[in-house]
Design a protein around this ligand. Structure first.
Ligand code: ADP
Length: 444
């Protein structure tokens, strides 16, 4: 806009200057004509055109009819005729009439002024606009060069600034995404750029600190409660046991009461122990009893173990594993995780159905070994899928089946302690696939 404004300003100004010059010359001729006569005018005009250059200036003297009776050397200006309309107009107004003509075949233009200098005598005066045109051309060139540089710089700077701004936001977003329950330790990297985004990152990190403290606090509280419950429950169980082993004469009712109490106590103790184990496993892999484990064999063992249970329920259990696939891990823990998956698959599959186990190297990712437990059971609601690994979460439809809602949390804690992960794919009414992926020991 600014350039356009300057362009218009410059071109109108140049034209006005030129017009003023032409007008002033005509006034001079008029004065000469009045004081010294027509011949002097002719002389003055010739001198003028020769002094400035015949390609720069020309003049014609005309009668009121528009017929020329004298002129400078017009060989260069042959193409320029006489504008009779302008002459006629002059006869009535007596001021100046201007026009701009382009000369065919040349990219030069000429500014022409008509003026009356005496009784029925008109002068046609032409000035080449060559210098003005050259000046405007330079202006245009500067404009394009500057504009191109400006646009390129603006694009680069804009791109750079946007990237800088967005990269900060991206770092915060990435960290936010990575922060899962057991990875609250992550923080957004702070660059010392003192920009808003860094202040946001600092605030975000402070918030994470507070959340982490809270979560750790809650976890510790849960663990403490579980821990503190352990001994009273064990004592209750002991007492119930004592009453069973007591002298004869205890009524059957009391015996079954004591039996139930022991059973419930065992369930409670099991839950407490599982909770404590999840916390311990979550806390890190330090406590793992690492050895080389043939995970294919573990799967086959589990299948053997669970076959009777599956058969009783009217389910078929199949197993597809290679001879050996080694991972580095804690055998007992891995067995436990797998048992939980088998247990669920059998529990949540109504007969007649089947449970298939597959142990395989991930195609396309040779560094990963998968254990997939697939059932043809009731499946899991989409909205519950993200929650089933939470402690104590149980889907509504499975409340009737026995369980505590801790099995999958333990399985996930175990998988993560082994630098692995557990995933589920499920469609309601059709069945689910739980896949534990563990890193190949060759790589780790
Ligand atoms: P639970 O002791 O209730 O089995 P889990 O932590 O093992 O607890 O599982 C949590 C919930 O996930 C279960 O209550 C059940 O609703 C759902 N679930 C787990 N495995 C399956 C499965 N194979 N098919 C359908 N639902 C399942």
């Amino acid at each position: 806009m600014a350039f356009l404004f300057f362009y218009v300003l410059i071109t109108t100004n140049l034209k006005k200057q030129l017009d003023d010059r032409l007008s002033q010359k005509i006034s001079e001729f008029e004065a000469i004509y009045n004081l010294q006569g027509l011949d002097e005018v002719k002389e003055a005009a010739l001198i003028e055109s020769r002094a400035a250059g015949e390609k720069k200036i020309f003049f014609r003297l005309l009668y009121a009819s528009g017929v020329a009776f004298s002129s400078s050397n017009m060989s260069y200006w042959r193409a320029i005729g006489i504008n009779r309309k302008a002459v006629r107009q002059l006869m009535t107004s007596r001021s100046r009439v201007y026009e701009t003509l382009s000369i065919p075949g040349r990219d030069d233009r000429v500014r022409i002024a008509y003026g009356v200098i005496g009784h029925k005598i008109v002068v046609q005066l032409g000035y080449s606009m060559e210098t003005d045109i050259a000046f405007v051309a330079i202006f245009k060139r500067i404009f394009f060069v500057t504009m191109s540089a400006l646009i390129i710089t603006a694009v680069l700077v804009g791109w750079f600034m946007a990237r800088r701004a967005v990269s900060g936001v991206e770092a915060v977003t990435r960290t936010a995404r990575q922060i899962s329950e057991s990875d609250l330790g992550r923080r957004v990297p702070i660059m010392a750029r003192h920009e808003e985004i860094d202040r946001l990152a600092v605030t975000f990190n402070q918030m994470l600190d507070r959340i982490e403290k809270l979560v750790v606090g809650i976890r510790e509280m849960g663990d403490n409660i579980a821990h503190d419950l352990k001994s009273p429950v064990a004592r209750i169980r002991g007492m119930a046991e004592l009453s069973l082993s007591g002298e004869a004469g205890v009524s059957d009712e009391l015996i079954s009461l004591a039996g139930n109490t022991i059973e419930e106590c065992d369930r409670l103790l099991d839950m407490i122990n599982t909770m404590l184990m999840i916390s311990k496993t979550d806390a890190g892999a330090g406590d793992l009893n690492l050895e080389m484990v043939n995970i294919a064999q573990v799967a086959r063992g589990a299948v053997k173990l669970f076959s009777p249970l599956a058969e009783d329920k009217g389910l078929t259990l199949s197993c597809d594993t290679p001879e050996a696939l080694m991972v580095e891990g804690d055998l007992k823990m891995l067995q436990r995780a797998m048992a939980n998956l088998f247990d669920n698959a059998i529990k949540y599959t109504p007969p007649p159905g089947h449970v298939d186990v597959r142990v395989f190297r991930e195609p396309g990712n040779k560094q990963q070994i998968n254990i997939a437990v697939k059932d043809s059971g009731i499946g899991i609601d989409n909205q519950d899928l993200s929650k089933i690994f939470n402690r104590f979460f149980r889907c509504d439809q499975s409340r009737t089946a026995g369980g505590s809602g801790l099995g999958l949390s333990l399985a996930r804690a175990i998988a993560r302690a082994h630098h692995g992960e557990i995933h589920v794919v499920s469609s309601k009414g059709k069945g689910s696939v739980f896949t534990v992926s563990l890193p190949d020991h060759h790589v780790h």
